[in-house]
Ligand binder design. Structure first.
Ligand SMILES: *Cc1c(COP(=O)(O)O)cnc(C)c1O
Length: 834
């Protein structure tokens, strides 16, 4: 600490005393003008809309910082247990609207802007999404942070401050184009850089073993190439409670010493190049959803996050408790969001042993008692494995530790099942069949005291299949935590009309206790209420129709049913099945089979991983079918199809309030949970879905009569393998052959012959893992029931209300309370009042 600061700190022990910031329109307006005129250096020649947005954001950030300090003081003073959510992804979306809502400044903010001749809704549109995630897994992390702050739990998120987030998707002649997302171009007014907490992260080099004065053999990691991890903090406000938690994102930069050596050697350009190489680590988010990638840079990102975050937590500990770690496990826990941050296991071992002098047993006790693992997928292509050779080159000391963990674990297995060599081989953390690879999921299961899946079916399948051997060894480690989503962003903020209707009917307590929505059940039979509910949905549909018109150039009529499937494009999610149904409807129209027709507008959106050829082909199919359907006069007033480009959080905020039908049609057993399904349900969409992921629990909550079920079960899917005959299924169906014929005949690809041959082949392949043909008939029939139900507006609206009314379970507040009750055991700590 700089000595100049001593008298200053003595005078202001906690904080500089200043009057609280104004929380009314006048206070906001004054501060806005000050930021606009002074801080952002306004002059009439350079005024731009991002100055308006930035001023507005800074006004709100000041108010967040005020509460942030009080919250962190309360945590420090209570010396409470804290949890750390480690995730390579945080799909935060926009922050401005969320800050307004959670600090109860929506009214004052709108008034302040109005007084200035601005419109708060337009200002909010100026913010670019913080797209630091792929899809569900990253958005879950964001919803969890909101719930932790709202429940006043001392939880910090740790992640990576990617310079480029999820790519922006453009559609060009029906094809996906990826454009870099330079979301920081105009600065990020929400973040605060904390260079004083930078830490050094090592790569490369070798392990060096030495004997200390007491005769112990110790290890150290030497000859490394280091990078500096610099934290940037983002405030995470709780809803209406004065709590502000922290999301700490790490940026990689070159270490000063590294630069200095080069400078001293006179290699100016090499020094600058080194800085560049270091910064590569946090340059870009890997855009693969549910598929591992095996790239060295990705492993660097993972270790970088794990090491920086653990060093940060250990620094805080040592500052308070010195080198005594006996109480560490009682005061700290780490939740690993999938295996991505699993390097934290060997890294915590290394830090405790090599840097803080603990023995193996003591370090293992602490590591296993503090680490908990959440699995997000059963798909084999998503299970992370690292080649031992690459891992050892990049992280040699960690490889030593993993080998030791595995040796000790293998001994435990052989004691429990003596002579069962096959089981030892199966369960080994290092897969020695072929080129040796580290199975990160097994490492996580072995080291963590808790292993959870994200929906009841998923957790059950984990225990029965992927982790069955481990479940037999340690049954009590395994548990389920069904996902949830935050009702603040996904209802209160994105669906103001529905929120106000609900407030007027049952009060506003649902925002922090979503089970309160059950009181809506009593209104489902009330004709007047149903009319109001329907009116709200229609205005939300009008808003979405405007977005579809401007982003897709397709006219959606709000009088039609809005049938929506938005999510990452993946074969297991079966956007293809959805398109087959659209083609079937088109075929019916062409045949004149339109008696008792229900007019439909089908919306499909989502990004394909840039290297996922089949996913991109499916996007091309959607756009091709849309072109034909939308331009055929016969479909007028009956059917529309649009592909929405650049599906992202801020788009979903417009989409989910406006959907009538929510498509959740994955092959049973493949979707771990889904969370899009929950956002739709809350907003009164009715689900058409398979018995997969959280769909099962959604159907349980709302009742079978308010859910359109179809398709094979997970058990039937597995039983079907080996004697699946899609050609016979097609041939024996009344409608399927015509759909396949339209695809094969070039009807949708007149000028690109063969374009959809791979798609047809995938449907007709007896080894199709997603069994698309098997569920075609069930899907078409269920859609026929949907159409009939929609024609009965009173019945449909009743179902819609009941979906919302029974969505309480799917609040991420409930999920976080489950994590806290079973795994974290944190106290609720209200923010300090000054
Ligand atoms: C909720 C959400 C997801 C997850 O959707 P699923 O249907 O569960 O796959 C993905 N992306 C965004 C932008 C979301 O908001």
């Amino acid at each position: 600490m700089n000595t100049v600061n001593k008298p200053f700190l003595a005078k202001h022990p906690n904080t500089l005393k200043i009057p609280p910031l104004g929380m009314n329109a006048i206070g906001l307006e004054e501060d806005f003008c000050r930021y606009f005129n002074h801080t952002l250096g306004w002059d009439s020649a350079s005024v731009s809309s991002h100055h308006v947005y930035s001023s507005c954001a800074l006004v709100l950030r000041d108010r967040l910082v005020e509460r942030w300090r009080r919250t962190q003081r309360a945590y420090n003073e209570s010396d409470c247990k804290q949890a750390y959510y480690l995730s390579l992804e945080f799909l935060m979306g926009r922050a401005l609207g969320n800050a307004l809502l959670n600090m109860d400044l929506q009214g004052a903010g709108a008034e302040a802007m109005r007084n200035l001749g601005l419109d708060m809704e337009e200002v909010q549109e100026l913010e670019s999404d913080a797209g630091l995630g792929n899809g569900g897994l990253g958005r879950l992390a964001a919803c969890f942070l909101d719930s932790c702050a709202t429940l006043q739990l001392p939880v910090t998120g740790y992640g990576i401050r990617y310079e480029y987030g999820m790519f922006r998707q453009k559609i060009d002649h029906g094809h996906q184009l990826e454009e870099p997302d330079h979301w920081l171009r105009n600065g990020n007014p929400w973040e605060i850089e904390r260079p004083e907490y930078a830490v050094r992260v090592k790569f490369g080099g070798r392990s060096d073993f030495y004997i200390d004065a007491a005769g112990n053999t110790l290890a150290r990691w030497v000859d490394t190439q280091d990078v500096l991890a610099v934290p940037f903090d983002m405030p995470i406000p709780g809803y209406g409670n004065g709590t502000v938690n922290t999301l700490r994102l790490w940026k990689a930069t070159a270490t000063e010493e590294f630069d200095l050596d080069e400078f001293n050697a006179g290699s100016y350009t090499e020094a600058v190049a080194a800085k560049n190489a270091a910064e590569h680590i946090t340059m870009v988010l890997y855009p693969n959803d549910a598929s591992e990638n095996g790239k060295e840079l990705r492993l660097r990102q993972q270790y970088f996050l794990a090491s920086a975050s653990l060093q940060d937590v250990l620094r805080k500990w040592v500052h308070k408790h010195g080198q005594n770690f006996s109480g560490f496990a009682a005061k700290n826990c780490f939740q690993l969001n999938d295996t991505h941050p699993t390097c934290a296991v060997p890294e915590l071992m290394r830090l405790l042993m090599d840097e803080h002098g603990l023995g193996w047993d003591e370090a293992w006790e602490i590591t296993s008692n503090t680490m908990a693992y959440t699995n997000h997928t059963l798909l084999p292509e998503a299970l992370e494995r690292w080649a031992v050779s690459m891992f050892g080159r990049l992280l040699p000391r960690l490889l030593d530790i993993i080998r030791e963990i595995n040796a000790r674990f293998t001994r435990e297995v052989s004691m429990r099942w003596p002579g069962d060599i096959d089981r030892e081989r199966r369960m080994s953390i290092i897969d020695e069949t072929g080129t040796p690879q580290i199975r990160m999921a097994y490492l996580a299961v072995v080291a963590c005291h808790s292993v959870n899946g994200v929906a009841a079916l998923h957790s059950q399948l984990l225990q029965q299949h992927l982790f069955h051997d481990f479940f037999e060894l340690w049954p009590s480690k395994f548990n389920n935590k069904t996902n949830g989503v935050t009702p603040r962003r996904w209802m209160a903020s994105s669906n103001p009309l529905l929120s106000s209707l609900i407030d007027r009917s049952i009060g506003d307590a649902w925002r922090t206790d979503l089970t309160k929505l059950t009181a809506l059940k009593g209104f489902a039979g009330d004709k007047k209420f149903r009319t109001e509910w329907h009116k709200v949905k229609q205005s939300n549909k009008q808003r979405l129709a405007e977005m579809v018109a401007s982003d897709c150039g397709v006219e959606f009529d709000p009088a039609a049913m809005f049938d929506v499937q938005v999510k990452r494009i993946h074969e297991y999610k079966r956007q293809l099945l959805n398109v087959l149904h659209v083609i079937h409807l088109y075929d019916r129209i062409k045949r004149g089979d339109v008696a008792n027709w229900t007019s439909r507008c089908v919306l499909i959106g989502g990004k394909a991983a840039p290297g996922y050829i089949m996913a991109k082909r499916i996007i091309r199919l959607v756009t091709a079918v849309a072109d034909v359907v939308n331009h055929d006069p016969a479909t007028k007033g009956l059917l529309r199809l649009a592909f929405l480009p650049d599906y992202r959080v801020s788009a979903m905020e417009v989409i989910c309030p406006a959907a009538d039908l929510s498509e959740q049609i994955s092959t049973a057993g493949k979707e771990a949970s889904g969370t899009g399904n929950m956002k739709f349900m809350m907003n009164g969409a009715i689900t058409i879905g398979t018995l997969d992921g959280a769909n099962i629990e959604i159907r349980e909550e709302v009742g079978a009569e308010n859910f359109f079920l179809f398709g094979l079960t997970a058990v039937q899917v597995e039983a079907m393998r080996g004697h699946y005959d899609p050609a016979a299924i097609v041939a024996n169906d009344a409608d399927f052959p015509r759909v396949i014929h339209l695809l094969q005949s070039g009807h949708f690809n007149l000028f690109e012959s063969g374009l959809f041959d791979p798609v047809v082949q995938s449907i007709l392949n007896p080894n199709d893992p997603w069994l698309t043909a098997a569920d075609f008939r069930g899907f078409v029939d269920a859609q026929q029931e949907v159409a009939a139900a929609y024609r009965d507006r009173e019945r449909w609206t009743r179902m819609s209300i009941l979906n919302s009314a029974t969505s309480g379970k799917f609040s991420s507040d409930r999920t976080i309370q489950d994590y806290n009750r079973d795994i974290w055991h944190l106290p609720q700590v209200p923010a300090h009042v000054e």
